[in-house]
Write a protein that binds this ligand. Structure first.
Ligand code: ZN
Length: 394
């Protein structure tokens, strides 16, 4: 199926600095074929009038958990239920304009199964980068989680084995937990929890596989340890310090902040006492991350875009990560849009494939009603149209 998206408004920074700001974008066989002056050619295929709307590259969420609608941990469920929920999540991501998601830990490695049904064309969903199970050090924090989502290791050898097994099971990237958790009452986010040799073991195996390691890190020490040992993405990055920012400027590693859960967390309906503890803890983290990520942004770092909340709760907080980055970290609209598209594509290894509107790129496109570079609240709504690989899904 081919389409002409007629009279779209383009944002130069997201469109390879294309000289046209109003253009007809022709899509065929999954690709962006041409970007042309609306007055200088005849539209082909199905014509969609996009006047007054801005065409953006499909969005990225580099920190999702496809498995569950629960806020924190999945409840025990059978494989079918987990798969069904993960597929529902995948579908919702597309509805909200996310054409690529990176799963940072899923129950029974369901992200890989979802990725396969999408890649085989059995189901239309976003491009999925699967992180498998989260590798964490043995600790009491894990006992909330059950073993379907987390695997415990202690020491270099166990890490080698875990990393090898996760890749053998189909992981595109390894996710490790390098500092205490924010969302579990017993976690101490300022505390590193892996030894350098354990982190190095994960990176060694990933490098042999031609792949990368992502690390959950709030703590300053954990962030610096991970950067020194070759971890590729620092998730959350709450206490990123000046030393880390200097290293990150070399663009060997990147930050994937996730402000949403720190500021907008629903009570977990477990123990009200736990909720009070978490609320207090998250407030401290929110203040620290706003300050430190503002500094990292002002230093000019290219960051990824992640949310780390269940897509099922997006209906009451769509666009919240955009809003948080702007209001709490003072980021410019265009930079947040770059984070959610071009920079995340670079971080995901999809530069030159998607993340920009350029001829020859995958036709992952969303049409927004208004000018999001001038008014970011445009991103607080669902897209009017979503294309994934040239297929109109919304
Ligand atoms: Zn997460």
């Amino acid at each position: 199926m081919s389409y002409t998206l007629k009279n779209c408004r383009l944002i130069p920074e997201l469109s390879g600095q294309h000289h046209l700001t109003i253009a007809d974008v022709y899509v065929d066989e999954g690709k962006i074929i041409s970007i042309a002056d609306p007055d200088s050619h005849t539209a082909q295929g199905i014509v969609i009038d996009c006047k007054g709307k801005t065409l953006l590259p499909g969005l990225f969420d580099l920190h999702v958990h496809l498995h569950s609608e629960e806020e924190i941990m999945p409840t025990a469920a059978n494989h079918f239920t987990i798969m069904k929920k993960a597929m529902q999540s995948a579908q919702l991501y597309l509805d909200y304009g996310f054409t690529t998601v990176r799963d940072m830990g899923s129950t029974n490695r369901v992200s890989h199964a979802v990725r396969e049904v999408i890649n085989e064309g059995l189901f239309i969903g976003p491009r999925v980068i699967g992180g498998g199970k989260i590798i964490r050090p043995t600790s009491k924090e894990n006992y909330h989680a059950g073993d379907s989502f987390i695997r415990e290791v202690t020491g270099h050898n166990e890490m080698l084995k875990a990393a090898r097994e996760e890749f053998a099971e189909g992981a595109d990237i390894i996710k490790i937990y390098a500092s205490g958790s924010a969302l579990q009452t017993s976690g101490v986010p300022t505390q590193p929890i892996f030894l350098p040799e354990e982190i190095r073991a994960a990176v060694t195996i990933a490098t042999m596989e031609g792949k990368k390691v992502a690390a959950h890190c709030h703590s300053r020490e954990a962030i610096n340890m991970c950067l020194a040992d070759g971890v590729y993405t620092i998730e959350h990055a709450t206490y990123v310090d000046d030393e880390a920012i200097e290293i990150l400027k070399t663009e060997q590693s990147y930050l994937v902040p996730t402000l949403t859960p720190m500021h907008h967390r629903k009570p977990n309906n477990r123990d009200p006492k736990d909720d009070a503890i978490l609320e207090k803890k998250l407030k401290v983290l929110a203040e620290a991350s706003s300050k430190r990520l503002r500094t990292a942004y002002q230093a000019g770092l290219k960051m990824g875009f992640g949310t780390d909340v269940s897509i099922h709760s997006f209906s009451n907080r769509i666009g919240i990560e955009f809003k948080m980055r702007k209001e709490l970290c003072g980021m410019e609209n265009i930079d947040i849009l770059l984070q959610a598209t071009k920079y995340s594509a670079l971080i995901a290894g999809l530069e030159g494939v998607t993340g920009e509107i350029k001829e020859g790129y995958e036709a992952d496109l969303i049409l927004m009603d208004g000018n999001p570079d001038q008014d970011l609240t445009v991103m607080y709504e669902k897209p009017a149209i979503v294309f994934k690989n040239g297929i109109k899904v919304v």
